[in-house]
Write a protein that binds this ligand. Structure first.
Ligand SMILES: *Cc1c(COP(=O)(O)O)cnc(C)c1O
Length: 403
């Protein structure tokens, strides 16, 4: 049996310019972001400045992880213990985890067939729960109807925090993802769009929310060393009213990230060419349904999702096993138990939420997912499509033998 030999979890090497910058930080010994020589601005502060500029917002802050950015954002927006927080039913486990970490209670919202949040159910969930916050996850890079979503939230005075772990570099109606809500949160963990192993970034345009985020992140009153922050003189009250929840980024990671951020444009183009190759190949296969993407959405195709509409669980299991045997680790959200990154909302058994989510159940039961690392080339995508076709054919043969 022909097998795909490359790894779906192998990212590109860190660029040489980034390695040189990291080595320079190590030679200096000044790894802590606030440990600066006379006149030095520091890699972390510069990363924040460049990231803010890339989104067209005044403020940005780097921190320990994407999940940390999410919980910090909730606290900075004024979440209090026991507050309800709306959250897409289709997202990754650190999203409900960050709500719980901040002391909130997740209220799950159903999704549409394209896996994005259902604005009608969002309105229902908001009215039933009285939630004042919505953590909007652009899961797997799919951006929902932002006009409808923001209309539901704005009309109810709901504060929106965007989880942009898969949408760094993406936009909707030309507006960067992460600039629609009060705070946009990003991850620089290895499997996201720029890679520092672990790390997070938070973007914001509101003075007080940003002041709180900076103090919360553990700035030891050294907020005047930030370059994408409100004026230091304006911290007078906030600095005494906000606890230190230590979770900074260090200069080493920031040094690794800056050259990668500068490459985002080329990375987007490369990702989208892999995605479009996969998409056109999969489109031609029977039984595979791809997720429709709105022309208003400019996405970064770092992964691809497809459904097997009408297929029974047992048949999908066989298809997944066939893919596995061919070297394709296709992830399936219909799997009864969480595996790798595919956990489904019903695997978060610690939640007390009990809303019914019929469309999420339906869509996720056949939804499959593949990462597209930049170590792949066009020809790899063509091989993957052929191997998926072979696995589909095998499963179909079995189906017809059985019946
Ligand atoms: C990775 C991820 C996060 C959290 O990022 P970490 O840096 O791993 O904490 C949040 N949301 C989604 C959708 C993610 O994929």
């Amino acid at each position: 049996m022909h097998r795909f030999a490359k790894s779906f979890t192998q990212q590109e090497a860190i660029p040489d310019t980034a390695i040189d910058a990291a080595v320079a930080v190590m030679r200096s010994g000044r790894l802590h972001r606030y440990n600066l020589a006379e006149g030095e601005q520091g890699e972390t502060a510069l990363l924040e400045q460049e990231f803010a500029a890339s989104l067209g917002v005044p403020y940005a802050m780097a921190c320990a992880s994407g999940g940390y950015a999410l919980q910090l954002a909730l606290r900075a927006c004024g979440l209090e213990a026991g507050d309800k927080v709306l959250c897409n039913a289709f997202t990754l486990s650190p999203v409900p985890g960050s709500i719980v970490a901040a002391g909130g209670e997740p209220v799950l919202v159903d999704i549409l067939d394209d896996t994005t949040v259902d604005p009608a159910d969002l309105a229902r969930a908001a009215d039933e729960s009285g939630a004042r916050f919505f953590m909007l996850s652009h899961m797997r890079g799919h951006i929902g109807d932002m006009s409808a979503i923001m209309q539901v939230c704005d009309s109810r005075d709901i504060t929106v925090i965007e989880d942009c772990a898969h949408t760094m570099g993406a936009s909707y109606d030309g507006k960067p993802s992460g600039t629609f809500g009060m705070v946009g949160c990003f991850s620089t963990q290895t499997y996201k769009h720029i890679n520092s192993g672990e790390g997070g970034l938070l973007a914001c345009s509101d003075d007080e929310v940003m002041r709180r985020a900076i103090i919360l992140s553990g700035s030891y009153m050294l907020y005047d060393r930030h370059l994408a922050a409100p004026d230091a003189a304006s911290f007078d009250v906030t600095r005494l009213m906000t606890p230190n929840m230590s979770g900074r980024m260090d200069n080493l990671r920031a040094a690794i990230l800056r050259p990668q951020l500068a490459e985002m444009q080329q990375r987007k183009i490369r990702w989208n060419s892999l995605y479009s190759c996969m998409e056109s190949g999969l489109k031609a296969l029977n039984d595979i349904s791809l997720i429709e993407r709105s022309p208003r959405e400019y996405f970064v195709g770092s992964s691809i999702q497809f459904g097997l509409e009408g297929w029974e669980k047992g048949d999908i299991s066989r298809f997944i096993a066939g893919c596995e045997a061919r070297g394709l680790p296709v992830k399936w959200y219909g799997n009864p138990l969480p595996e790798d990154y595919t956990s489904r909302y019903d695997s978060w058994a610690y939640l007390s939420d009990s809303r019914t989510l019929p469309n999420a159940d339906h869509v996720l039961s056949t939804l499959c997912d593949l990462r597209l690392p930049l170590t792949f080339e066009q020809s790899d995508c063509e091989s993957i499509v052929m191997l998926i076709e072979a696995s589909l054919n095998d499963s179909r043969t079995l189906l017809s033998i059985e019946s």
